[in-house]
Design a protein around this ligand. Structure first.
Ligand code: SF4
Length: 422
């Protein structure tokens, strides 16, 4: 599959629609936030008439405002002075180190251990669900510009999750009978060839792993490269693997990431959804809320409606995490709640399956139930959907009202009884 990055994107015929200033900004910002865009994305998703304002362009290409002005100038000056690649990389590293690269402490906090050895390449944050990061799946066909795993794609990064072996995964699962769900994530696990993916999945179909009921694949392949399911050399083998999983009485869920209704409107994605559903795989969808991409109730309404009609169960609307170019994409929590409420109130009950807005943060997954008034004061009602401490799940609690807050760290307990939740 062909893709475009800093070194070849100027070959794209569409680039002539951008101004020289916009192209210069891409050249500068890409030194800090590298990009990679699939052929399907540039040919079928980006509306080049809109240039840098197009939502799918913003979701994929770097933009000047992703960097603080002083950081932009630093890289710009180095490039104009003809500085060495080493000097540019060092400056970019320094800028990235200030962008919260290890979001939510995930690298240290969630690593499971077996027989006193830590198992890299897996995370076990919630009792029932094990996350697996296969080595061969630590890439994506397009790198989303807002991705909270952005630092994985930086050359030489030490932030990659990988190296887990299928045998280690199975050994851990055998010892933990509470695990019912295994989520393969990355990167994108469907970047793997089918043979590699099967090495991880087939052990989960064995009698020793009978307690595994749901196998999830977190993937944006349906949006960024739907041909993966239609005409890739191993598409047929992949669909056969999916049928085999269903035959083994495991529920296979493809958790697709949807950003915008335009992704669901290409003939390729519609065909891929149709083919996948014939294998018995359950499609579900999750969506990060992003400024300039989908922070609009009409867009969200259409997104919930379109995916439901294609058989993808709308699952989560997430708040963008506080990492990378977060300032560029962030939406205040109160506004996010209003967008959720406005969009969901216009769709049928089937599409109201989407839960949001949700912050997936260090202590767990927290849903924002909305603002309320207590006497003369306002507060924000919240609830844990998932928590490191299961006893916190489902109990309402309050934060002080703050219409500027964009992330969990900005919130403060409303009263003394709310402190245990923070
Ligand atoms: S597909 Fe997922 S993991 Fe890959 S860049 Fe996009 S958000 Fe990140």
């Amino acid at each position: 599959m062909r893709y475009y990055n800093l070194y070849n994107y100027k070959r794209l015929p569409y680039i002539e629609r951008l101004t020289a200033e916009e192209i210069h900004a891409i050249d500068v910002v890409a030194r800090v936030f590298p990009f990679k865009v699939s052929e399907h994305t540039v040919s079928h998703l980006i509306n080049w008439e809109k240039g840098c304002d197009d939502p799918m362009f913003r979701a994929t290409f770097p933009h000047r405002d992703m960097l603080e002005p002083k950081d932009f100038q630093t890289i710009e000056q180095l490039l104009s002075q003809g500085a060495s690649e080493t000097a540019i990389a060092a400056a970019a590293d320094e800028i990235r180190s200030r962008q919260n690269p290890d979001v939510s402490g995930q690298r240290a906090l969630n690593v499971p251990t077996l027989h006193d050895s830590s198992l890299q390449g897996m995370q076990h944050k919630y009792r029932e669900t094990l996350l697996v990061f296969p080595k061969e799946g630590q890439n994506c066909s397009t790198w989303c510009s807002f991705c909270f795993r952005w630092n994985q794609f930086v050359p030489g990064s030490c932030q990659r999750f990988s190296n887990v072996q299928p045998e280690e995964m199975l050994d851990y699962i055998k010892e933990h009978r509470d695990i019912t769900d295994v989520l393969f994530t990355g990167g994108d696990p469907l970047m793997m060839r089918t043979g590699s993916l099967a090495k991880y999945i087939l052990p989960l179909l064995s009698p020793e792993a009978a307690h595994i009921r749901n196998i999830r694949l977190g993937s944006r392949m349906l949006a960024w490269d739907p041909q993966r399911f239609i005409s890739a050399p191993d598409s047929a083998a992949l669909l056969e693997l999916f049928r085999r999983i269903q035959g083994a009485e495991r529920n296979l869920v493809l958790v697709a990431h949807w950003l915008h209704p335009s992704e669901l409107q290409t003939p390729q994605t519609r065909e891929a959804c149709r083919i996948l559903r014939q294998t018995g795989v359950q499609l579900s969808g999750q969506t990060p809320l992003l400024k300039g991409i989908n922070d609009n109730a009409d867009v969200l309404e259409e997104l919930w409606r379109e995916q439901t009609a294609l058989g993808s169960i709308a699952y989560y609307m997430f708040i963008a995490r506080d990492t990378g170019a977060h300032k560029y994409f962030e939406v205040p929590l109160i506004r996010a709640w209003k967008l959720y409420r406005d969009s969901v109130s216009r769709v049928s009950g089937l599409a109201r399956s989407v839960r949001g807005p949700v912050m997936s943060c260090r202590p767990g997954k927290i849903i924002i139930d909305g603002p309320l008034t207590l006497g003369t004061e306002s507060a924000l009602a919240l609830r844990y959907l998932q928590a490191r401490k299961p006893e916190l799940v489902g109990r309402p609690f309050l934060a002080r009202f703050d219409d500027k807050a964009t992330w969990w760290n900005d919130l403060k307990p409303y009263g003394a009884s709310d402190e245990e939740f923070f």
